[in-house]
Design a protein around this ligand. Structure first.
Ligand SMILES: NC(=O)c1ccc[n+]([C@@H]2O[C@H](COP(=O)([O-])OP(=O)(O)OC[C@H]3O[C@@H](n4cnc5c(N)ncnc54)[C@H](OP(=O)(O)O)[C@@H]3O)[C@@H](O)[C@H]2O)c1
Length: 287
């Protein structure tokens, strides 16, 4: 049976050091504070924001949620973001995605300064990912950062390993590929036009599933040698209401070496990465 790569033990150990760093900042008169923008009442977004606020407060930082109406006009929305950007007591800002249509073409790059961009999506932070800047000198995108933290916690080697990333989104697959390259992994990217996904997957040491296809990767995508590591990023709601990943967990866990559960795997790692970014942001702004 595979080793279960659960996030709770990682978060327990990280929480202690996050709390200590937060306290250190407070002793210097800096109260780490995050501003969250939640537009509308999408139930999944409300839960995600609640989880982020909970962990933020658990480690002693402040999280203020600005809930805006679904119908908020772009100018009002931008004015709110600019106010937070100019407020020196706010160290981190993020907008919970997705946003309604009327806001979808807004470039947050012009509204959220890179040093407050705790999501790690600003062009300057992506340049850091591209260039391989030192970890705590900029804000890395949260899901890829969380995946690396989890792999490191469970001491899964990356150097020289073949890693297949399925999904090339700007928030997960692409930045993860670059971060893994900087760790000397041999990275292959797959997407919806890839024709030999099964073969690629069976031949990889580590498979990261970030495609958003409910339980699509069944046991036929893995070799039955119990030595592959599977990172399931997907979060999908099945017809029966159950939350599942992109991997058919029950069938696959029997034939691989290690696997993340859904829920309890990469989701919470994304949250803890966001809080880590808030502290890095506060540290950088008060260096
Ligand atoms: N755990 C977390 O914290 C977290 C964070 C972010 C996202 N997620 C979850 O991760 C999943 C992916 O999210 P995302 O935002 O990265 O997704 P996205 O922007 O929709 O991108 C999906 C990617 O998967 C590829 N893809 C789709 N169907 C495929 C198939 N049949 N075979 C191979 N590749 C396929 C797409 O290829 P093309 O480029 O060719 O279209 C695309 O590159 C979702 O379930 C999302 O909810 C979880």
């Amino acid at each position: 049976m595979a080793v279960l790569l659960k996030s709770d033990s990682v978060i327990d150990s990280l929480s202690l050091s996050l709390s200590a760093r937060c306290l250190k900042l407070k002793e210097r008169g800096v109260n780490p504070k995050m501003h969250v923008f939640l537009v509308g009442e999408n139930p999944a977004s409300v839960v995600y924001v609640r989880n982020k606020k909970k962990l933020c407060e658990k480690i002693g930082a402040i999280c203020e949620v600005n809930q805006l109406a679904e119908s908020v006009d772009p100018l009002t929305f931008e004015r709110h973001l600019l106010q937070s950007a100019q407020n020196s007591s706010v160290h981190g800002i993020f907008v919970q995605l997705p946003v309604p249509k009327q806001l979808s073409s807004i470039s947050f790059d012009h509204l959220i300064p890179p040093v407050k961009d705790v999501d790690g999506f600003h062009a300057q932070n992506i340049f850091g990912v591209f260039s391989g800047f030192p970890d705590n000198s900029y804000l890395r995108p949260c899901t890829p950062k969380g995946i690396l933290t989890l792999l490191d916690h469970y001491k899964i080697p990356l150097s020289g390993k073949s890693v297949l990333i399925i999904g090339r989104s700007k928030i997960v697959g692409r930045p993860l590929a670059l971060l893994l390259l900087h760790r000397d992994a041999t990275v292959t990217m797959a997407h919806s036009k890839t024709t030999n996904l099964r073969e690629l997957s069976r031949n990889s040491d580590i498979i990261v599933a970030a495609l958003g296809r409910s339980e699509m990767l069944d046991e036929t995508y893995f070799r039955a040698t119990c030595d592959q590591t599977v990172i399931d990023v997907g979060i999908n709601r099945r017809a029966d209401g159950k939350l599942v990943g992109d991997v058919k967990f029950d069938a696959v866990q029997a034939i691989v070496g290690a696997i993340t559960p859904v829920p309890g795997g990469i989701g919470p790692m994304t949250v803890v990465s966001l809080i880590d970014n808030l502290l890095i942001a506060a540290e950088l702004q008060n260096a």
